[in-house]
Design a protein around this ligand. Structure first.
Ligand code: PEP
Ligand code: MN
Length: 344
């Protein structure tokens, strides 16, 4: 971190600020006196230094961060990729992890039938919302507890680990018992109290990017979970809101290599919520694999036209099967990417 003092700041004030920063943090401060400006260079781990507090000093012109504000999710301090283990599967390792299933659990028949189909095509995890965050309170809100029970039945039938979304802190105990990967949806990415509580458990957390969240904000949310002691975090790019209205969101493919460079955490892509249109899922899923995603999350429904939620973006099992065949061919020529630490 570099503090730029206002021109002609009294040396006494500069020294006072240097001593204050050193006194409040485990850091040493170098004073660099130029012709016009005086700079303070903070040496050491400045992640916990409050830049705004320094900015509030009347002799400070600006404060520039040269280090990312996240530590635990930063590749700088953890050069190797994190591989999150879930039962006999993993996300972030050499294999592409595919999570597939309906937007929401609707009935036993529906979830079991889709689970069997996606497993046959090579999915390693079953998704399905039991508690649904809907824009309208009048839309289907999910089968709730019953939905969790049905996911468990589908898991018993297929052996596929379950990925499903949590909505609030009071659901944590139930989810720890029944769910293999706890999904934090886009709308809850900055529900910091929820993130803190999820940091206290060891279950893998799938953290989806908020609709207007920057990559840094996503990583800071991961940091909340990790700071509590839970390092099993998987990030998910699911499209961000832009001025474009043709698609539901805009898939930010550049976020994948960017996050892989900045962080050691696995990153998957959800092309279904990004596009909001079923026929775009296939090309976007392939693009995600090409740019180095560690996995995919895809909405698959056996009867999209009558789905209770997100039918327009759900692909049928047959289309999913063809997509998986294509992706397997792509993976056989997969480019091996090494992500070096960024020097700051
Ligand atoms: C979902 O995965 O069903 C979902 C609601 O996703 P998002 O939080 O990305 O909108
Ligand atoms: Mn959905």
């Amino acid at each position: 971190m570099i503090v730029i003092m206002k021109p002609k700041s009294p040396m006494e004030e500069i020294i006072n600020l240097k001593q204050k920063i050193e006194g409040e943090n485990n850091i040493s401060v170098n004073v660099i006196q130029g012709k016009e400006y005086c700079l303070l260079g903070l040496i050491g781990d400045a992640t916990e230094v409050d830049a705004d507090k320094i900015r509030a000093n009347e002799f400070v012109e600006n404060v520039k961060k040269v280090q990312q504000p996240y530590k635990l999710s930063n590749r700088l301090f953890h050069p190797d990729n994190t591989v999150v283990k879930i039962k006999n599967e993993s996300i972030g390792g050499d294999e592409l992890a595919v999570i597939a299933g309906p937007c929401s659990v609707e009935s036993e028949e529906q979830i079991v039938s889709i689970a069997k189909d996606v497993k046959k095509s090579g999915a390693k995890f079953l998704r399905g919302g039991a508690f649904k965050p809907r824009t309208s309170p009048y839309s289907f809100q999910g089968l709730r507890d019953k939905g969790l029970e049905l996911l468990k039945i589908a898991k018993e039938e297929t052996g596929l680990p379950i990925v499903t979304e949590i909505m609030s802190i009071d659901m944590i105990d139930k989810f720890v018992e029944d769910v293999d990967v706890i999904q934090v949806g886009a709308r809850n990415m900055q529900n910091f109290e929820l993130l803190k509580q999820l940091g206290k458990i060891k279950k893998p957390i799938l953290l989806k990017r908020g609709i207007s969240a920057t990559i840094e904000e996503l990583l800071m949310s991961a940091e909340y979970i990790m700071a509590g002691g839970n390092e099993n975090v998987i990030l998910c790019e699911r499209g961000i809101r832009t001025f474009e209205t043709y698609t539901r969101n805009t898939l930010d493919l550049s976020a994948i290599p960017a996050i892989k460079k900045l962080s050691h955490l696995p990153v998957i892509v959800d092309p279904s919520h990004a596009a909001g249109i079923w026929w775009m899922v296939e090309p976007l899923a392939k693009a995600a694999v090409a740019v180095g995603a560690d996995g995919l999350m895809i909405e698959v429904h056996n009867d999209p036209a009558n789905a209770k939620c997100d039918g327009q973006q759900s692909i049928k099992p047959k289309v999913f099967q063809e997509l998986m065949e294509d992706i397997n061919r792509m993976i056989s020529v997969k480019m091996n990417r090494e992500y070096e630490v960024i020097n700051v």
